[in-house]
Design a binder for this molecule. Structure first.
Ligand SMILES: Cc1cc2nc3c(=O)[nH]c(=O)nc-3n(C[C@H](O)[C@H](O)[C@H](O)COP(=O)(O)OP(=O)(O)OC[C@H]3O[C@@H](n4cnc5c(N)ncnc54)[C@H](O)[C@@H]3O)c2cc1C
Length: 437
């Protein structure tokens, strides 16, 4: 057995590394165990076809207070995705193109109707369960059901459906309507800002630089890569955390900074509460994909939205040089996408740009990835009201941290940092005996 630490943190994504910094700075000894051979988790700046590309999370915004505070703290530079003049969208078999302003105007009524009530259900977005009674009613409705109820014209229905699928990395059949309302509440109930905050600004030097800064400030933390935690067992002195390579470490407290969808892969002794287990078994619903492509034949930046049942349902131009463009795209179901990636993207793009030539492709299948088993956190109907409070509750010395459990920007980098900070504080109080054990 290795020496004893105050805290063992499982996972070196933004939540785990932030919690490590907070705890180190509070004077505790910390060991981080990470299953992959890198930090960053569902953010991953990787070199693909000669460019550093964000394979996971990348866009952020000053409306996201936790990540923005870190950007200011470390003096990092921001860059923006190109300003788009034209939006192409396909619905009911027809390809339309409009200016961004026309497109916004066309969707205004439908989007507002979809988000109607968000201010009542989420008057305080960082206290998402405050209106529990009315929330329970609305949380039993899926985003898809709500959209159906609005009886919008077919084309508009298809378009709005597709935009929310993009936002939720999944179809809307299982996603709780509360997920859309919660997001809207974070940006003063303005649907256009929901889109803007999640696709316009990024770190000039990538997310890697930010997480490296945070880790650097976790000065005394130890970090082990390629160490997949398989069990956590409570003993008299604290918790024995065992990895699949047979190694063991002992900690007075444990922070599981891992995604909800893989929480149950660890054998917890004693078991986690039934509700936590149930939430992890049910899984959150983010199961789409993101890809990058280098293509020839594009002159101006645009965005393109296809119906949600297409393999690819969103494309955005990120860079253009001499008619060679870097595009980023998303789809809401990763099943069947990866093996046929080139064909799927080619078929979708050639429907409106027949001259387009795909030069190179890159992507990562986060749903099959054993350390995430999903993309970003999007709760199914009833999960918010049933599980969030429980997921945020520690069980003696075991704490969860992660974007999936955040109060505010859950599913975003911001939420991971928020959760890392709050978990750090709670663990610190626990270790100092400031709370009932
Ligand atoms: C394709 C994609 C696009 C996204 N786009 C955006 C975006 O534009 N903007 C935005 O803000 N957010 C975006 N997100 C979401 C954002 O990246 C995540 O919400 C955030 O990074 C999650 O951080 P985390 O620390 O909570 O979890 P993770 O980053 O998942 O970190 C958890 C860590 O735990 C490790 N781990 C898991 N199990 C074990 C185990 N048993 N033992 C040891 N280690 C383990 C994992 O390897 C991982 O490193 C995107 C995500 C994806 C996948």
């Amino acid at each position: 057995m290795d020496k004893k630490y105050d805290v063992i943190i499982i996972g070196a994504g933004f939540a785990g590394v932030t919690a490590a910094r907070e705890l180190c700075q509070a004077g505790f000894s910390v060991m981080i165990l990470e299953g992959r051979d890198r930090i960053g988790g569902r953010t991953w700046l990787d070199d693909r076809f000669g460019s550093p590309l964000e394979m996971g999370g990348g866009w952020l915004h000053w409306y996201q207070p936790h990540v923005w505070s870190e950007i200011m703290r470390y003096g990092l530079q921001i860059s923006s995705s190109p300003q788009v003049k034209t939006v192409y969208w396909q619905a009911d078999g027809i390809i339309h193109h409009q200016s961004v302003e026309e497109w916004h105007q066309m969707m205004e009524k439908g989007m507002k109707a979809f988000l109607d009530g968000a201010d009542r259900y989420f008057p305080f977005p960082y206290n998402p369960l405050k209106e529990m009674e009315s929330l329970m009613e609305v949380d039993s409705i899926t985003a898809g059901q709500k959209l159906e109820q609005l009886m919008l014209p077919k084309e508009l229905h298809e378009l709005i459906y597709s935009i929310w699928c993009l936002q939720f990395s999944s179809s809307l059949e299982e996603v709780g309507l509360t997920q859309a309302h919660r997001l809207a509440a974070l940006v003063n109930y303005d649907w256009k800002l929901v889109l803007r905050t999640s696709s316009a600004f990024k770190l000039k030097e990538g997310t890697k630089m930010l997480i490296e800064h945070i880790l650097h400030d976790a000065k005394r933390a130890h970090l082990r890569f390629s160490t997949t935690v398989s069990s956590v067992k409570k003993v008299k002195e604290g918790y024995i955390v065992s990895a699949s390579d047979g190694s063991e470490v002992l900690g007075r407290a444990v922070v599981a900074a891992i995604p909800l969808n893989v929480l149950n892969k660890i054998a917890w002794m004693p078991p986690l509460s039934l509700k936590k287990q149930e939430a992890s078994t049910q899984k959150q619903n983010g199961k789409g994909f993101k890809f990058w492509a280098k293509v020839r034949g594009i002159k101006d930046p645009f965005i393109y939205i296809a119906p949600a049942n297409h393999q690819v349902n969103y494309i955005q131009v990120e860079e253009i040089q001499d008619e060679v463009a870097l595009i980023v795209g998303f789809g809401c179901d990763s099943v069947n996408f990866y093996p046929e990636m080139a064909t799927n993207i080619g078929e979708e793009m050639q429907t409106f740009l027949p001259q387009l030539e795909i030069l190179e492709l890159a992507g990562h299948d986060w749903v099959s990835d054993p350390f995430s088993n999903g993309t970003w956190a999007v709760l199914k109907k009833n999960q918010l009201t049933k599980y969030l409070a429980e997921l945020q509750r520690n069980e003696d010395g075991v704490f969860l941290a992660g974007s999936d459990y955040a109060s505010g920007w859950a599913g975003f980098i911001d939420g991971a940092i928020e959760s890392g900070i709050t978990a750090g504080r709670k663990v610190s109080d626990y270790l100092l005996g400031n709370v009932n054990k």
